[in-house]
Design a protein around this ligand. Structure first.
Ligand code: NAP
Length: 319
């Protein structure tokens, strides 16, 4: 039997690289893998680590590059869209580019060209679609994004659910975990806290901004479970799932978890209100999420934040 084809759009990013690794590590290698890169050539370390994976240069703003995938790789059975301008401040400074990339119209147009819905599209959205004025948002709650990043993600969700019939949208919280095979340029949340506290300088963290961070390997398991479900049952899906960890934590609590694991002086962590700092972009206060639907639908159990921090830092050298 021929192998099923999986395409990771944004395979060079943080989640994309972890996903490629996750698919490649499955026993018996049941998938042919392809991924897209954009701003530079595909990283050699990634190609070496995932032999046989096919890189394609694709620009989501124009759709250039998708046709080469059709002719060389063929119609994928599963596409995971991890490509985005994922830093809210960058979206704020160039809303037009943020919209053109984060709303994947060119990707959906390409998929519709196959004249069947035999491709499952798994699309990464964000917890920042929620306003942040209450705790434990559910999927059916109204979306009120407070910044450009959130607005582009809401527009993407609407476009996909209107135009495409076989999809899952994952509203992800902060994704944390080990560094990627080819290190990504952006700073990673746990490693950033670790590096800052290791210097012995006192640092301010918000006590009034809450998230449900998700350990990257749990998010990979969720996507592998969805892939397996589509391949084995071939039942189209229109799913919208909050994808977070089980714990609602403030930024202070995130820093404390890192500090406790490393044994740093707790007095280095200064608790302040988010309102005391101008970050150049509005950030929702409490976008903690209820993950009941995720757990019940996929039978997955993301690890606690404390365990995720331990798993992250045991694989990272102390700074
Ligand atoms: N990381 C988080 O904490 C977090 C939290 C919630 C939701 N999310 C969402 O989860 C997804 C994955 O996040 P991430 O942290 O893995 O993102 P990331 O590391 O910033 O990676 C972004 C990817 O998008 C690609 N890309 C950028 N512009 C492109 C363009 N014009 N055309 C094609 N590809 C382009 C990049 O390719 P090159 O690098 O090759 O240019 C890269 O592969 C995103 O949708 C993000 O919004 C992330």
């Amino acid at each position: 039997m021929s192998k099923k084809r999986v395409l990771i759009v944004g395979g060079t990013g943080y989640l994309g690289q972890h996903l490629l690794q996750g698919y490649a590590e499955i026993n018996g290698s049941p998938y042919d893998l392809a991924f897209t890169h954009h701003s530079g050539p595909p990283p050699q370390a990634l190609l070496d680590a995932i032999p046989g994976s096919l890189p394609f240069n694709v620009d989501l703003q124009t759709g250039d590059g998708f046709e080469a995938i059709s002719s060389t790789f063929g119609q994928p059975d599963v596409v995971v869209n991890c490509a985005a301008i994922s830093v809210p401040r960058a979206c704020e400074s160039d809303p037009a580019a943020a919209h053109a990339i984060n709303v994947p119209s060119s990707l959906v147009k390409w998929l519709l060209g196959f004249k069947n819905s035999n491709t499952l599209l798994i699309h990464l959205s964000t917890d920042q679609v929620y306003e942040g004025e209450k705790s434990f948002y559910r999927e059916e709650d109204i979306v009120v994004p407070v910044n450009v990043y959130g607005k582009t993600k809401v527009a993407a969700e609407q476009m996909i659910s209107e135009k495409y019939s076989n999809f899952t949208i994952l509203r992800s919280s902060i994704i944390y975990g080990p560094q990627t095979i080819s290190p990504v340029p952006k700073s990673l949340p746990i490693q950033w806290i670790d590096g800052a506290l290791a210097k012995g300088e006192s640092l301010q963290f918000f006590h009034d901004e809450f998230r449900c961070p998700i350990y990257v390997k749990d998010l990979v398991s969720i996507i592998l479970t969805l892939t397996n479900q589509w391949i084995s049952e071939h039942k189209q899906m229109q799913l919208l799932l909050n994808a977070g960890g089980p714990d609602r934590v403030s930024r202070v609590q995130m820093a404390e978890a890192v500090g406790q694991f490393r044994g740093y002086d707790p007095s280095l962590i200064k608790s302040v209100s988010a309102s005391s700092v101008d970050r150049g972009v509005r950030s929702p206060a409490d976008i903690s999420m209820d993950i009941t639907r995720l757990v019940q639908t996929l039978k997955v159990h993301p690890v606690s934040f404390r365990d995720g921090v331990r798993l992250t830092l045991t694989t990272e050298a102390k700074p």
